[in-house]
Design a protein around this ligand. Structure first.
Ligand SMILES: Cc1cc2nc3c(=O)[nH]c(=O)nc-3n(C[C@H](O)[C@H](O)[C@H](O)COP(=O)(O)OP(=O)(O)OC[C@H]3O[C@@H](n4cnc5c(N)ncnc54)[C@H](O)[C@@H]3O)c2cc1C
Length: 388
């Protein structure tokens, strides 16, 4: 019977899994490599499929205190600035059982850390880098922060550049040929025509920009995605504002002004991990970006990590299954979903980034379908519920 679980990584995946596993009666230790919990200074959209799980953990009120509930996702043209279509989100809670929320990552992480620290069944060790030593019929032996330890199961929630992935037979993350430029600015400094009550997505030629409020509307999060290679040393670096402005020359006035306003951009290499690759071996399994880092074009990477944590917990709880079989069942259940969402995110990118020749047909199709019907095409995504 599994009782003592190690989680490598204290990001959204690791912390959510720790909370779900502890509520289910397991003893959990979260090892985080960094000396402290810190998140990228950027926003996160949490859709109802994941929000429902966080609500069930009792975190809804804390999330609502720092989140905005958007009325819509509005598509506009990068150059024309004109609205193409708006997908209405206000009724998301009614339709899918949880609201669509816009958050600052650091706010979500602080809520998860606080809940985990208050839970006596969870131990958090920061500054502890995890490596697997070996595995036998009874459990796994790891080193964490230089000390050798034994657990029943090891969960690799160690992100896109996971070390645990190699231990289950997976390869390194691959660059996708796109970069993400991120910044948050005080809401008062954004042009008045940038909506404060919704997600705005500007669609352009091999580029798009996503803008939405965070910190209960006090700040605006801006992410610009560009198709370009990566020659940086690491995986993120300070972004040259002039380079970005050059990419968006000819943009609509408010978008151009917003891009010009940002000075402290961070530029990220967007990397992917094939969701169809290995996720598990014996008593070791991956969750979150470690298993299936995907393009952010459907805003679903963290949502998939949260769903993973819920399915993993349910499978480990089954008294009839040895841990390694429970982990296999977890992968069997999650892989098709993660692969489908990853594929859909890539397709979404192709639609967002259409050439000026194809874009008028895209826009006409979106308009003809209308926001309600476009949104209904994602019922399979936002309406997800656990089996069993
Ligand atoms: C531009 C952009 C926008 C996005 N927007 C959204 C969005 O709106 N909605 C959404 O759902 N998703 C979004 N995503 C995806 C989302 O950010 C990720 O899917 C999510 O953060 C992954 O969480 P994780 O816990 O799996 O990994 P991470 O957040 O990377 O956490 C991994 C943790 O493991 C630690 N670690 C690494 N190695 C070890 C080790 N050996 N031992 C111990 N600890 C270790 C790391 O320090 C880190 O804290 C976006 C991504 C990008 C790039």
């Amino acid at each position: 019977m599994t009782s003592d679980i190690a989680i490598a990584g204290g990001g959204i995946a690791g912390l959510t899994a720790a909370l779900l596993l502890s509520r289910a009666g397991f003893k959990v230790t979260v090892f985080e490599r960094s000396g402290s919990f810190s998140e990228v200074g950027a926003g996160l959209q949490i859709s109802p499929n994941a929000g429902r799980i966080l609500d069930n953990l009792g975190l809804g009120a804390a999330l609502d205190a720092v989140a905005t509930r958007p009325t819509a996702i509005e598509m506009r043209g990068v150059q024309s600035g004109r609205t193409i279509v708006a997908l209405p989100l206000a009724l998301a809670a009614q339709r899918h059982g949880a609201p669509y929320r816009l958050l600052h990552r650091a706010d979500l992480q602080a809520i998860l850390v606080e809940a985990a620290e208050a839970d006596p069944a969870i131990t958090i060790e920061a500054g502890a880098d995890v490596a697997l030593i070996g595995e036998d019929a009874d459990g796994v032996r790891i080193t964490a922060g230089g000390t050798e330890r034994r657990f029943d199961v090891l969960i690799g929630a160690d992100g896109v550049r996971s070390r645990i992935r190699a231990l289950v037979g997976g390869g390194p993350a691959e660059p996708t040929g796109r970069t993400a430029w991120r910044i948050t600015i005080p809401a008062g400094e954004a042009p008045a025509t940038i909506a404060r009550d919704r997600v705005t997505v500007f669609l352009g030629d091999r580029q798009h920009v996503v803008i939405y409020p965070v910190r209960a509307g006090k700040e605006i999060n801006v992410v610009a995605i560009i198709e370009e290679g990566w020659r940086g040393e690491g995986w993120s670096e300070p972004g040259d504002a002039r380079h970005l402005a050059q990419h968006f020359r000819g943009a609509a006035d408010d978008l151009a002004a917003l891009i010009a306003r940002g000075q402290n951009w961070t530029r990220w290499c967007l990397s992917g991990v094939d969701a169809r690759g290995p996720w598990q071996r014996g008593r070791v399994a991956l969750i979150g970006d470690a298993a299936h880092a995907m393009l952010p074009f459907l805003a679903q990477g963290a949502a998939m990590a949260i769903e993973d944590a819920a399915v993993l917990t349910r499978q480990l709880l089954r008294p009839d299954l040895p841990a390694e079989i429970a982990l296999e069942r977890y992968v069997d259940e999650r892989r098709p979903r993660a692969a489908r969402v990853s594929d859909a995110a890539r397709q979404s990118g192709a639609i967002y980034h259409m050439s000026p020749l194809a874009a008028p047909f895209r826009d006409a199709t979106m308009k003809a379908l209308g926001g309600e019907r476009l949104l209904a095409r994602y019922d399979w995504l936002y309406g997800w519920r656990q089996n069993g």
